[in-house]
Design a protein around this ligand. Structure first.
Ligand code: UDX
Length: 436
């Protein structure tokens, strides 16, 4: 199969590299010249475990190509994937589809022979119809099908998620297009990964419904954590107790500082807008959006309370800035609420993150950045764990105590044990668990 991937952002790059690794010939197109130059020189613009090696192997074996020239790449392709961004439109939260539609125009200009046009970008219900209309209008005689094929990749685990997916969703009722998609995902068929063939609109909705459901699940356990704190219960044990019920399942029940990232905040908002437009509001999702926003802000209050209610003149060490571990992504990260609120309350904040400090420096210009966790902790009045990086899970606690000025630890990811921290002499606050 000859596959063309338009857009070399997170989804496009991971998907393109994985398709090449399946043995297809993949051309990744991006109009950003410097990005393509970087990729061609083997430099990967994002941090994703395993991606650099996957890209370099497939480039070396001549299955993966990067170019700014869409024309030839589209003309030669059996399947053209649209993997450009669909950010929240400023002001109203609707997904901004201008990039998707611009790509549709471009595909219409250059396609040659039967072409399957696949939307990988997360797009609202009905976008496939619009893409089809755009191409038809520009090229009434073109032979093509528009298919929805949403991605379910988690940052930090994207290659595994791509190669061992829980399921693949393909939205098209056209048999020729289904045959091409079967071929595209053939290596996964051999592994018997479940594949859901459905209509285009259903497929588009599956993506939003899936992400919104997960956001509901996280927000539910976060509110349970607040309740646990009031009644003296332990949210991790509540999560285990309910998660063993097969109908609920144990995953995505880690209480924390609120969800962030490139998908959940944007997709919940977009789903809510679509639902309102169609007169079928998703009130549970609307509430989750509000509760999650408030939660991120409330985390700063939790830190301030742990420091006795006043942080004026205090120095706070923040460990982790990315929205979760194993990524340099800062989009909608809880740290973007927590750090400025602590600073506004009069604290100075010094932070360390293994990968996200470059991004963080742009978004949090007043934040002091340290070269290591120890440099951040040196002389600080409290250690606050914001992101659950593995390297923060087994810190030498004696050294932490000797490096900090005092003994206050706020763990917003529950990566330490309250009884252990108490035994080591820390004043330890976590999420939804008794202090120990
Ligand atoms: C998510 C979806 O999982 C993926 O299927 C989709 O394609 C894109 O969005 P991602 O945003 O990379 O992936 O991260 P994920 O691991 O799902 O975490 C999202 C947010 O929820 C993070 O802020 C994370 O810290 C938070 N989270 C997750 C929790 O607070 N508790 C949990 O139990 C799980």
């Amino acid at each position: 199969m000859r596959i063309t991937m338009i857009g070399t952002g997170y989804v496009g790059l991971v998907s393109g590299a994985c398709f090449a690794d399946f043995g297809h010939v993949v051309t990744c197109v991006d109009m950003d010249v410097s990005k393509i130059e970087r990729l061609n020189s083997g430099d990967i613009p994002i941090y994703e475990p395993g991606l650099k090696r996957l890209v370099s192997t497939n480039v070396a074996e001549e299955r993966l190509f990067f170019t700014t020239e869409a024309k030839g790449a589209i003309a030669n392709a059996d399947a053209v994937f649209i993997a450009v961004g669909t950010p929240s439109r400023r002001g109203d939260g609707h997904a901004d589809l201008q990039y998707v539609y611009a790509v549709a125009e471009e595909i219409a200009q250059h396609m040659d022979g039967f072409t399957v046009v696949v939307t990988k970008s997360t797009v609202p219900v009905g976008t496939g119809d619009e893409v089809e209309a755009i191409i038809k209008k520009a090229r009434p005689d073109a032979d093509f099908e528009v298919v929805s094929n949403p991605e379910f990749l988690r940052e930090g685990a994207a290659i595994k998620d791509f190669k061992i997916p829980d399921r693949i969703v393909v939205g098209t009722e056209d048999e020729r297009a289904r045959a091409v998609m079967r071929e595209v995902y053939r290596p996964l068929f051999l592994k018997e990964s479940p594949i859901v063939f459905t209509s285009r609109r259903t497929s588009e909705l599956i993506k939003y419904a899936g992400n919104a459901f997960l956001a509901v699940k996280i927000t539910f356990i976060n509110e349970m954590a607040d309740l646990c704190e009031k009644v003296g219960a332990n949210v991790q044990e509540v999560a285990r107790g309910i998660g063993l019920d097969g109908r609920i399942g144990p995953k995505f029940l880690n209480a924390g500082p609120g969800y962030g990232g490139s998908c959940f905040p944007k997709d919940t908002l977009a789903l809510s807008k679509t639902a309102n437009d169609y007169g079928a509001p998703v009130r549970i999702v609307d509430t989750v959006v509000d509760v999650n926003k408030a939660r991120k802000k409330a985390m700063a209050g939790k830190v301030i309370a742990a420091l006795g209610g006043d942080v004026k003149g205090k120095r706070i060490a923040a460990l982790g800035l990315a929205f979760k571990q194993n990524t340099d992504d800062m989009r909608d990260a809880p740290s973007l609420d927590i750090v400025p609120m602590l600073q506004e309350a009069g604290a100075s904040v010094v932070a360390f993150d293994p990968e996200a400090m470059g991004e963080a420096a742009k978004l949090l210009p007043d934040l002091e950045l340290a070269k290591s966790p120890w440099e951040a902790l040196d002389g600080a009045d409290a250690m606050v764990i914001i992101t659950e990086w593995d390297q923060f899970r087994a810190l030498d606690l004696e050294r932490v105590k000797n490096t900090l000025n005092g003994n206050i630890v706020v763990d917003l990811r529950n990566i330490y044990r309250p009884d252990n921290m108490a035994a080591k002499g820390f004043e330890y606050t976590s999420i939804g668990r008794p202090s120990g």
